[in-house]
Structures are given as structure tokens and as C-alpha cells.
Design a protein around this ligand. Sequence first.
Ligand SMILES: C[S@@+](CC[C@H](N)C(=O)[O-])C[C@H]1O[C@@H](n2cnc3c(N)ncnc32)[C@H](O)[C@@H]1O
Length: 406
Amino acid sequence: MLNTFQQARHPMLPSATHDEASRQEFSKSLKQFVQQGLLPGLQPVFTHRATQAFERAHGHAPKDRRDIRKAMEPDPYFQHYAALNRISQEMMWNSVIDSVERQLPDLIDNARKFSAQSKAELRLDADFVPPRYVTALDIHCMPGGYASEVTADDVSVAALYDRGAYLYGMGFAGPLNDDMGRSVCNYVKRNLPGFKPRRILDMGCTVGHSTLPYKTLFPDAEVWGIDVGGPVIRYAHARAAALGVDVNFAQMNAEKTDFEDGHFDLIVSHILLHETSGKAMPRIVRECHRLLSPGGYVIHADLPPFDLMSPFTQFILDNETWYNNEPFWGAMRELDQIQLAVDAGFPRDSVKFATAPMAILESAAEGAAGYTGDSTSAVAEREFTAGEFAPGGGWEVLVARKAVLA
Ligand SMILES: C[S@@+](CC[C@H](N)C(=O)[O-])C[C@H]1O[C@@H](n2cnc3c(N)ncnc32)[C@H](O)[C@@H]1O
């Protein structure tokens, strides 16, 4: 358990009026209630009610997560939970949209101003076409997705994501929403001693939450974040500059980037892969192999495979596929990711799953060292236990190393 903090303010983050802030707090509290108040009730409902009804109808006990879904769907407790979960998600995005729309001209001006001050590169491509799996639906019900642009130099979906991601995580990712990046950095420090990457790539970086910690860990490295969304790349570059960090950002598709063979010593991603597709994911893993220098590492932090968890936990997590516009969420967990990496050219004995302990939980154990929000808002606001992304308090990482002699 730890106390989490308010989101750290920075000049790109939309601020909220009193009413907007109270709606945002309400949506976050509602999420908290669904997760901590309703979710724990699902297991007893399944064990003591839904299983029996399923057995009467089918003549056998529920075997896997699909049977469990069939058993739970008719149950009013589950229906109430699933509906409220979905409503809280929609309320959360809606609660931020007013702040973003009210301040959009200022946010765009700020992005221009901070980007102009940056020493790092910003590459946008006016002819870029984002993949269909990003544009075909509003992923995790975020209106506009990551790539919508409705005005010149638009950053609206990025500002929406920055604030919304904090509310969605209920603070678990830390004041700068950077826990995944910090946790993988800690993993690198502990498990790859002496490794000093000269060039680092973060694929699917969105607004750069997880990208910036790599520049802090390796200040001499050239760090790049890429994403298919123009607004998020624009915002990421300005946000990094506003926070005083020189990181380069480019609008590129991780399936096929513009970088040369062997350009990077370390490639990372954080919850990118489950938002792609069955066709894109093998391409991205192959592109990582092409882009790595001999002996370079790739680390993808994402969802643990289903076979590492009980059918009931699989069912719970798969609710994201069913009710939160995450079409690849469940299917991705069924892929043999180790084999995918081997097929892309990584030596089998270099590929493994590991756990990167959540930096925020570790720093709580150490008295919250290093996790302070800005001076005005670093207010401990609630107790937190590791949630569904990081069951047991760690991020799941797929690690592979390119052969030294390819
Ligand atoms: C859940 S967000 C990632 C969050 C981010 N990595 C972080 O740690 O805060 C997924 C991101 O992947 C991007 N994306 C999806 N497919 C991509 C692709 N083929 N190439 C690059 N980015 C992609 C989306 O636009 C979105 O910004």
C-alpha cells in the first residue's frame, strides 16, 4: 500500500476550473469505487451463484474464461459492475474535455513556444497515414483517439490523454505518469549492469510519459520517442521541453520506421503492443530486430500472457476487450510472444518474460524518495494497491537481445 500524489503540474497540462476539477475528482473516485468496492464482489458471485446457474444450464462447471463470461453475463451484480465501469470511463474523459476545449488556443501556443525553445528534434509528417487499428475506433473510449486533428497544430487529444491517463490510473503511475518508464529503467540498471546505450528508442510513446526517464538515466544518450499520432508527438516534444528534458520525437509507425539498420542500442515500449493488431505486432518485433545494434536490447512492457494467470483473472482482465474498446487486448495475451521474437531473429536463449517492480511501490517502501509532485500539489490523496496492469506490483516485460554476431 502507498499514498499516491496529485498529478504534477507542467505548462502543457490543461488546468481545471473549480467545477471541472470537482467533476474530474468525482470520476476518479467513481473508478476507485468500482475497482475497490465492486470488483472484489465478482469472485464470490461467481463461486456461489453464477457457477451453479451455468452448471444447471450446461451440465458442467465453467472451464475457461469464455465459460466464466457466459456464466457471469446474466448475473445482475456483474451487469451492474460492468455498466458502472464503462460509465466511469466515459465520465472520466468527458470531465477533462471541457478543460481542454476551453484552453485549446493557449495549449497550442504553449506547444509552439516550448518546442521552439527545445534543442531536440521534432519530426512531423503532413502526409502520414496512421494505421487503421488506431483510427478505426476510439481506443479505451478516448474521444478522438490518439491521432485526430481538428485544427492547425492541434494538441487536444494529447492534452486529453495526459490528464485522462492520470485519472484512469488513479495516481498509480506517479505525478508525471512515468512509472512504467521508471520501472523499466530500474530493471535496466539492476539487470544490465554496465550497459550504456548510445541511442534509445521508445515506440508508441504517446505524450512521452515513459520516455523521459531514459534521458534521466542515460543523459548522454540520444533518446527518441515515436508515435503514429501527430498531436501526441507535438505535445510530447513541447512537454519534454517544458520539463527541461531534451528528447527527440517523431511521427513514425513502429512497424516500419525511417531509422537506419542497427541505429539503436536499446528499444523500449510501454503498453504499445496490445493497442496494435495481430498483423502489426510481428512487424514491430521484426523492426526492433532490424533497428538494434548487435548486442542491443529490446524491452516491451505490456500485458502478461493469459497462461500466467487463473481463468477468473483472465476473465476480469478481458473485460477491457469487451467493454472498453480494446479489441486486441485479449488476443494479444494469447500470442506466443517468445516465439514471435525468435521468428524475428532474436536468439531463443536471449528472450524471456520478467517482472519490472513498480518504481512507485518501491519508492513508497523507501519513504517515497524520488516521488514528489510539484510543491503545491504533492498531497497524499489515497491508499493504493497495485492494479490490473501490474498484478502483484510489477510490470511484465518481454526482454530480448540481438545476437552480438548477427
Ligand atoms: C497506451 S498508448 C502508450 C503509452 C505510452 N507508451 C506511455 O508509456 O505513456 C499506445 C500508443 O501507441 C501508439 N501506437 C499504436 N500503434 C503504433 C505504431 N504502429 N507505431 C507507433 N505508435 C503506435 C498510439 O498512437 C498510442 O499513442
